[in-house]
Design a protein around this ligand. Structure first.
Ligand code: AMP
Ligand code: ZN
Length: 465
């Protein structure tokens, strides 16, 4: 099966040929940690998860990196308002970012470098760019001179012929019709602003520099895949190319550029500045299961816009229930035995069709369509009681493998209320006998099956979580 990706650089789907199949090098632009991520941000991280889990399913080994921007204009502004240090301010938001990833079952990648830990590497890069005569100083800042870098505009297909030489920007973010030289190093604007000493004077890096410096630090030369939201193509990724290729013209930088479309609300991009956003916590507080959110974000192709709505979350919940229902019917018959290898017989063709969708530029909707076709077939076979033990086990392996991507299915037997109560009685007896090892085991086993026990003065209470 041939894996292909749509490459923003060439505007076509290309066969994926990494340098080393056992160590695919992927860099993904990560969060700026100054607030709760909204579910639009989380869509771009879910896309990274889809890419990661697909490559793993197809047998690739990975070395993936996501940066954490823990210094920028907004972080400085908000930490000063809160009268706290940049470190304390960002740590809180970093913790929340990882909690949200866990809630959505987004797998951790190998490296999460922070901008503030990469300052020496960024300074070295500025020096190299200076040696290559691509920079200039103005008012204590160092700028990249885009007019001197001939590849500028190649990713975003900008026509740079009419640009004003020497027009520049200090701000980290700006619009596409405002092509200007961008800051590599910025002198402090206020006295209490976080800044580092350097040979270029006291200051801090421009936002674009960290990604170029981290890729150089972690991977030495180039990488296979670079990802980000579509809004990052310009200026951020264009500037990354300028910095990395400008500093090391002999090395390739990125082979495949993959960009994820936006999550919209009523037709507009979900964004903090427009105020039309929901955090993950907002949506969960309204009674929605995080897995419905995961499924919704996963179920639209990453290169299509997705209009967020609560009715779509309801549909996702129903879709998960439909899959789980068929899986439960099968598990009842295998006595909850699950085969973890690849499907070999009954489910092999269906599984290959599922993979074909993913291989076609991560076409998850196509793969999900194949899953629903497959469960229709399984339900019919279950209705006619025509499945052998081997076929049933093959179906469990199908579900096990597709769930490595989906992460929304449960393979545990759900306990009846009477079974839970019997286990609580057994635990109470164990506690009376001072057999705390057994009582803890029972509590932990129940928790794994989604039952939480709460000891209170009036006895043990339980709830399904
Ligand atoms: P930030 O934390 O603002 O640096 O953004 C983190 C990631 O979220 C970036 O890759 C953005 O491109 C992406 N992003 C921001 N808004 C949206 C949105 N509405 N839909 C999808 N991705 C988004
Ligand atoms: Zn970046």
């Amino acid at each position: 099966m041939k894996l292909q990706f749509y490459n923003t650089l060439t505007s076509v789907k290309e066969a994926f040929e990494p340098e080393d199949k056992n160590k695919v090098k992927i860099y993904s632009c990560g969060p700026t940690v100054y607030n709760y991520p909204h579910i639009g941000n989380l869509r771009s991280f879910m896309f990274v998860d889809t890419l990661r889990r697909t490559l793993k399913l197809l047998g690739y080994g990975l070395n993936q990196t996501m940066n954490i921007t823990d210094i920028d204009d907004k972080i400085i502004r908000d930490s000063i308002t809160e009268n706290t240090t940049v470190e304390k301010f960002t740590q809180k938001w970093i913790d929340i970012f990882f909690e949200d990833l866990q809630t959505l079952k987004i797998e951790k990648v190998e490296n999460y470098p922070r901008a503030t830990e990469t300052i020496p590497d960024m300074l070295r890069m500025i020096e190299t760019l200076e040696n290559n005569q691509l920079t200039y100083q103005k008012d204590g800042n160092i700028y990249f001179s885009i007019g001197k870098f001939h590849e500028y505009g190649s990713l975003s297909k900008l026509d740079v012929t009419g640009i004003k030489s020497g027009a520049r920007y200090d701000a980290d973010e700006y619009e596409k019709d405002d092509v200007r030289d961008f800051a590599l190093w910025k002198s402090p604007k206020q006295e209490d602003e976080k800044a580092w000493e350097s040979k270029f004077g006291k200051g801090r890096p421009g936002w674009h520099l960290e990604c170029s410096a981290m890729i150089r630090k972690i991977y030495q030369s180039g990488i296979d895949i670079h990802t980000g939201g579509i809004d990052l193509i310009f200026p951020h990724h264009e500037n990354e190319i300028a910095q990395s290729r400008g500093a090391y013209p002999q090395d390739h930088f990125v082979k495949y550029w993959l960009h994820c479309e936006h999550l919209l609300v009523e037709g507009q991009k979900m964004s903090k500045s427009l105020g039309n956003f929901y955090t993950l916590r907002d949506v969960i507080a309204q009674g929605y299961d995080p897995l419905s959110i995961r499924y919704l974000l996963l179920s639209f192709h990453y290169r299509t816009k997705l209009n967020f709505s609560f009715s779509r979350l309801e549909e996702s919940k129903k879709a998960i229930a439909k899959l789980q229902n068929t899986l439960d019917r099968v598990l009842e018959l295998t006595n909850f035995q699950v085969e973890k290898g690849l499907p070999k017989g009954y489910a092999r063709e269906g599984y290959n069709k599922f993979l074909e969708g993913l291989c076609d530029d991560l076409n998850v909707p196509k793969s999900l369509g194949e899953i629903f076709e497959f469960i229709k077939k399984v339900n019919n076979s279950l209705d006619s009681k025509s499945l052998s033990e081997g076929e049933l086990l093959d179906i469990t392996s199908y579900f096990h493998n597709v769930n490595s991507l989906l992460q929304v299915l449960s393979f545990e037997k759900s306990l009846l209320d009477s079974e839970i109560e019997a286990l609580i009685d057994k635990r109470n007896q164990a506690r009376k006998d001072k057999n705390f090892k057994l009582s803890d085991e029972i509590r932990d086993d129940l928790l794994k099956k989604g039952i939480k026990l709460e000891d209170s003065k009036t006895g043990v209470k339980w709830k399904r979580i």
